[in-house]
Each structure stands twice: as C-alpha cells, then as structure tokens.
Write a protein that binds this ligand. Structure first.
Ligand code: PGA
Length: 257
C-alpha cells in the first residue's frame, strides 16, 4: 500500500512570521487520525524554513517540510543559490525539483533538473520531481509521450536505489493556478503512464511503490475524486495550501474514501 502524501507548495508567499501562524493553524486543524492516514508536508520559501523547523521540532508536529528548489552545485561562488546540504541541515525531508514555474520562468532544462535530482539524493532527501505538459501539447494529443519523455530525461543515469527515493508529481501546466483542474480521468491517464514507464526505467517493484502526486487547482471540493484514482497517491497543492483550514480539509480526504 502506498501512503498518501498531501504537499502544500506555498510558492513566493508568506514571510517567516506568517509561516509560523499558518503552520500552527494547520497542525491544530488536523487530528491524529489524519496524520496516521496521510503524510502532510509544506514547502515554504527558503527564508521561512528555519522558523518552520523550530516550530515543528519544539511542538513535535507531525508535519514534514521541504524546499521549493535547490542548486545543483555543492557550494561556492553561486550568488543567491541554496545548496542541498544547507537544506538537509534544516531537516528538510523533501525538495521540489522541476516545478513548471522554474522550467518556464527560469528556463530550467531536463539536464539541469537531472543534476538537481542528484544533488537532493546525495544529501539524503526525497526529490518531488514535477512533470507536465502545456496546453498546446494537451490539445495536440501528445501529452502522454511528452510527459514520459520529461520523466526519462530527468531520470537519465540514476540508479535503482535512488529511483526508489523519488516522488513524482504530474502537474499539467494548463491546470496550475488557473482553476481548471484536470478531470480525475485525465490525472489517472498520465499517472498510470508514469507508473508504467517506471517499470522500464526502474523495475516492477520501483513502479509499484512509487508515489505519484497530481497537482493543478486541487482544492477540498475536488480532492476526493482525484484521490479515488488508482495511480494517484497524493496531491501537490499550490493556492489552496496558503489557507490552513482549506489545506486541512484537503488532508482529510481519507475520511470519506
Ligand atoms: P495550484 O498550484 O494548486 O495553485 O494550481 C499547484 C502547483 O503549482 O504546485
């Protein structure tokens, strides 16, 4: 059985004081039975991570956290960048790699993302590797092969023990922040294709155990139908994760399935 993961990507929102308030509210909006059933993770901006760490440790919250991006380099003259070892030192469990906003706004290539995946894995954290097609590709009907290519290129040369540690997120670009959610069937189609490809890239076991998330306008009103899909193991939530009560409602999807 794959354990569900609900991940909240705050993007460039909430300063460190707001981060403390939102994390506290989230923790108190959830019960032990929710944490027993679902892994809950948040992805604050870099400047919030130390405050979130202190709160999670001090209050022993069952919330994990990670970073939204990482440098592929170990250390040195890379002004403005943050290394994987710095994130590990803050007890980050996860790092998002290849979010479509980084691919589009910062021109991140599959080759660069492959190096970022390696950096995260070398520091013993779990990458959440994002893949997904833009609207033109969806409309041309090429979405499955496009996403599978992104997967293959990103994972090039990675060995099986590393593949086991990666979490995958299918995020169709046209559904991010637009209010247009993919239908549960759209999400299932691509998540199933990712799982099938993971047999070839890794093994049957790696494929069966891989957690594959869906992301793109997820909210409490659509999470249940999305989570009912056989190959969807969780969600990467943007906008709706900024509102702790709404994010908590999303994390409670398991109560009704
Ligand atoms: P959204 O963002 O939920 O606001 O659509 C999802 C994401 O970008 O991870």
């Amino acid at each position: 059985m794959r354990r569900p993961l609900i991940a909240g990507n705050w993007k460039m929102n909430l300063n460190h004081l707001e981060a403390i308030a939102v994390t506290q509210k989230l923790a108190y909006s959830l019960e032990e039975r929710d944490f027993d059933a679902v892994d809950v993770a948040i992805f604050p901006p870099f400047t919030d991570l130390r405050s979130v760490q202190t709160l999670v440790d001090g209050d022993r919250l069952r919330i994990s956290y990670g970073a939204q991006d990482v440098s592929p380099e170990k250390s040195g003259a890379f002004t403005g960048d943050i290394s994987a070892s710095m994130l590990k030192k803050l007890d980050c469990t996860y790092v998002i790699v290849g979010h479509s906003e980084r691919r589009a706004i910062h021109g991140e290539s599959d080759e660069l993302l492959n190096r970022k995946l390696r950096a995260v894995l070398n520091s013993e954290m779990h990458p959440i590797f994002c893949i997904g097609e833009a609207l033109e590709i969806r409309e041309s009907g090429q979405h499955v092969s496009y996403v599978v290519d992104q997967l293959r290129n990103g994972l090039k040369g990675l060995h099986k023990p590393d593949l086991k540690k990666i979490i995958f997120a299918y995020e169709p670009v046209w559904a991010i922040g637009t209010g247009k959610t993919a239908t549960p069937e759209d999400a299932q189609e691509v998540c199933a294709a990712i799982r099938k490809e993971l047999i070839k890239i890794g093994s049957e076991e790696i494929s069966q155990n891989a957690r594959i998330l869906y992301g793109g306008s997820v909210k409490s009103a659509n999470i249940v139908e999305i989570m009912k899909q056989a190959d969807v193991d969780g969600a990467l939530v943007g906008g709706a994760s900024l509102e702790p009560e709404e994010f908590a409602r999303i994390c409670k999807f398991h109560r009704v399935i």
